[in-house]
Design a protein around this ligand. Structure first.
Ligand code: SAM
Length: 274
């Protein structure tokens, strides 16, 4: 029989490693809630039809909740080799086909060897959460959903609207690829050890007309310039592009506007003109 999560952590003497962004969720009420709310928002009652990829399973609290939803298969990718035996212990106890990868999620291609439909679920390591998200957004049509936990301030940047100080590159790319719903916030005491800040769980569902990796690369370039000097007028911050004033006017953007006034769709139109 499977020991409790606390017993597992004590047995393996698993102290959190800060360098790996480790803040563990050891309360099954919370990990079950993440899965329950993700399923509810997707109007499904389990993951029987879905191949799940979990990034950074750590001691396996969220992994146990995922397994309760009976995925077609579960692939876990964990950098910390101390957690691999814990995953092997879970593998012995479950009927779900489980693949355990000891490696860096940044180098892992979730589409290789894992058939669709696929979904990624993760309490993300905060130090690589944005690069991981950008990587998955650039291949978003490969996934049916992403259920991801971020530091609250990163979640606010992802969901920010125009005219907000949080609005920027990541809001634009995320909102041009997905419909995004915040499931709930978690206070620091939910984690072991407790971080200083709150966290939020977001559900990303790909848009039918999501932009492609090529669009994203161009938008990255434009938004880096536009938001790098976010108080400047666009005709100034984007002056390295030929005829920028005419091109802004052509798509109905005032050349004196500032980056944070421009909605994601207009950045897309601009990227296709430049
Ligand atoms: N899922 C566990 C939980 O909720 O308790 C742990 C979450 S912890 C915030 C992040 C996990 O990601 C840690 O287990 C850490 O070792 C792992 N990790 C950190 N960087 C990683 C990377 N580049 N690739 C794969 N896993 C990574």
């Amino acid at each position: 029989m499977l020991p409790t999560l606390r017993e597992t952590v004590d047995f393996y003497g698993l102290m959190a490693n800060k360098a790996l962004g480790q803040n563990f969720l050891l309360d099954s009420n919370i990990t079950d809630k993440i899965i329950r709310q993700s399923l509810a928002q997707q109007n499904i009652s389990d993951f029987r039809q879905v191949n799940i990829i979990e990034i950074g399973p750590g001691p396996g609290g969220l992994t146990r909740s995922i397994l309760k939803a009976e995925p077609r298969s579960l692939t876990v990718v964990e950098m910390d080799s101390r957690c691999i035996q814990i995953m092997k212990d879970l593998q012995v106890e479950t009927d779900t086909p489980m693949h355990i990868i000891n490696g860096d999620a940044l180098l892992f291609d979730p589409t290789e060897n894992i058939p669709s439909p696929r979904q990624i679920i993760s309490n993300l390591p905060y130090n690589v959460s944005v690069p991981l998200l950008l990587k998955w957004l650039s291949q978003i049509s490969e996934f049916s959903a992403l259920t991801l936990m971020f530091q609250k301030e990163v979640a606010e940047r992802i969901t920010a609207s125009t005219h907000s100080k949080d609005y920027g590159r990541i809001s634009i790319i995320a909102q041009l690829t997905c419909s995004i719903k915040k499931l709930f916030d978690l206070n620091p005491e939910c984690f072991t050890p407790a971080p200083k800040i709150w966290s939020s769980v977001l559900l990303f569902q790909p848009l039918e007309n999501a932009i492609t990796a090529k669009d994203i690369a161009k938008i990255e370039k434009i938004t880096a310039l536009a938001f790098g000097q976010r108080r400047k007028m666009l005709r100034q911050s984007l002056k390295s592009f030929n005829n920028i004033t005419d091109k802004l006017e052509q798509i109905g953007i005032s050349p004196t506007a500032r980056a944070e006034e421009i909605p994601p769709q207009k950045f897309l139109e601009l990227s296709r003109l430049l």
